[in-house]
Ligand binder design. Structure first.
Ligand code: HEM
Length: 298
């Protein structure tokens, strides 16, 4: 497998930031490249970074390598009244570590390094909540592909254009926790499709077809649409939710899951989770392999 960005698969960090930028000055590509190179200089060895690019920026930096499925995210309207807005940005950073101070130092370094050419669209901090739960209290990540299986799920296969790269999806969700928390645990479990204390998948008649797991555990032409998720919870007294992050070998896998959540597939069933949580941002980007990144920034 090509030399992918290692931070995509890091599972040992517990404090995070995602910052997304829109480019404000496209006039000088070398200045853009220099700014991004500077941003990627690490302020500490104890943090790691995934960098990814919206379609327009990637094609500006590296027109020779065009990943076949790279596209902007477009707003999705669901048949049952739900929607998912697009807030497509150009330049994406996911900064991860085990010391919030160091993650903040890197976040500020990145922002300052690109300040002349880009402005911040979104910057969100997150953390590991208890034993890897989202703020609904359910464990998040249980069905992520294990061991070697995560690589083909997340990375463009060898031999394809952009091999070792990954199609990234970011989507910020705001929870209505008051509404969710007043439900009995058994009802919450039917919404997610897993038990709350120990994250065991519901089976047979116990698993509703409008549970979150039923909607996202999708197959297409017999192939399981597995993706690699690295979402994190965020929260404070004003707002709380999940910053959804996924890496996929093909964004079609994510599209299918979103359509199934929205009720835009043949069965017309939407995801119960959308009664308790609202998507407020959404954007696709491309996290190139280390080789393609190096070429792009030359
Ligand atoms: C409010 C937003 C969301 C919350 C709170 C949430 C939470 C969860 C939880 C608790 C699980 C069960 C445990 C696990 O396997 O991780 C799960 C599974 C999953 N979620 Fe989400 N999720 C959200 C949004 C999304 C979105 C937007 C997608 C797709 C783009 C997605 C894709 C998946 C997938 C693929 C699974 C595993 C399904 C399986 O194969 O069993 N989730 N999520």
């Amino acid at each position: 497998m090509s030399n992918y960005q290692k931070a995509i698969f890091n599972e040992t960090t517990n404090t995070f930031n995602v910052t997304e930028f829109t480019i404000t000055d496209w006039s000088n590509v070398q200045v853009l490249k220099g700014s991004i190179k500077k941003a990627l200089e690490k302020t500490s060895n104890d943090i790691d970074i995934v960098v990814s690019f919206g379609k327009k920026l990637w094609e500006t930096l590296n027109p020779a390598i065009k990943p076949a499925q790279l596209k902007d995210f477009a707003t999705l309207q669901g048949k049952n009244g739900y929607s998912m807005p697009a807030t497509q940005a150009d330049l994406y950073f996911r900064i991860i570590g085990n010391d919030t101070a160091l993650v903040l130092d890197q976040t500020i370094h990145i922002q300052e390094a690109v300040a002349k050419v880009a402005e911040v669209a979104i910057s969100e901090n997150g953390f590991i909540y208890k034993d890897h739960r989202d703020l609904t209290g359910f464990v998040d990540g249980s069905a992520n592909p294990k061991e070697e299986k995560k690589y083909p799920a997340a990375l463009i296969a060898d031999g394809e254009i952009g091999a070792g790269g990954s199609y990234v999806f970011h989507q910020k969700w705001i929870h209505n926790l008051a509404k969710f928390n007043e439900l009995p645990q058994a009802v919450q479990e039917k919404i997610i499709g897993r038990t709350k204390p120990d994250s065991i998948e519901l089976e047979g008649d116990d698993m509703p077809k409008d549970s979150h797991v039923s909607r996202t555990d999708a197959k297409h032409d017999g192939v399981a649409m597995k993706i690699w998720r690295r979402s994190f919870p965020y929260g404070n007294a004003k707002e709380r939710g999940l910053f959804f992050i996924s890496y996929a070998c093909d964004p079609f896998r994510v599209d299918i899951q979103l359509d199934r959540m929205l009720g835009n597939t043949e069965d017309g069933v939407s995801d119960q989770i959308m009664n308790y949580s609202e998507a407020v941002t959404g954007g696709y980007s491309f996290a190139p392999s280390v080789e393609d990144l190096t070429t792009a920034l030359q």
